[in-house]
Design a protein around this ligand. Structure first.
Ligand SMILES: [Ca+2]
Ligand SMILES: [Ca+2]
Length: 156
């Protein structure tokens, strides 16, 4: 009988013990998944997103690459792409990049000046201009390596 009382006592007490209290709850994100719908231009698709510190506001930003196919050639493919930067907490769009042409979906984040704020780097073909020979080989173009840097919400 004493044992039963002990078990009953423990089963009532157990949920009240400090170690049984969970300080936070893990839930799935609700609302927008990877990006707010306004960040998606018509005909483009989500490619990837990276969480990064993009400005002096301690809240993190989500840097998102969107893209679509532009054309396929024997030796290479062409794509259209752009970068959007979204406040990860509010979902507010902080930056919408220009659409550029490239032969790969590319976006790299780095803090090359070591100020604790990341920059976005990407390569594209200047003026979307390129040429190929009669068989579709030997692409000629001028490439540009660009940078997106936010500071106080402004692009440099
Ligand atoms: Ca921030
Ligand atoms: Ca930096």
């Amino acid at each position: 009988m004493k044992k039963i009382f002990t078990i009953l006592f423990l089963s009532v007490l157990f949920p009240l013990l400090p170690f049984s209290q969970v300080p936070y709850k893990v839930t799935h994100n609700e609302g927008w998944d990877s990006y707010p719908p306004e960040a998606l231009r018509q005909g483009y698709y989500f490619q990837k997103s990276v969480l990064a510190q993009m400005d002096s506001d301690p809240q993190m930003e989500r840097v998102i690459l969107f893209g679509k196919d532009k054309g396929h050639y024997p030796e290479f493919d062409l794509f259209r792409q752009y970068v959007a930067i979204v406040d990860n907490y509010t979902g507010k769009i902080e930056f919408m990049g220009e659409v550029v042409t490239s032969d790969s979906f590319n976006m790299e984040l780095d803090d090359r000046n070591c100020d604790g704020i990341s920059e976005v780097y990407y390569e594209h073909i200047i003026d979307d201009t390129f040429s190929v020979d009669s068989r579709g080989y030997n692409m000629q173009c001028t490439r540009c390596y660009d940078r997106i840097e936010l500071e106080g919400g402004k692009t440099k």
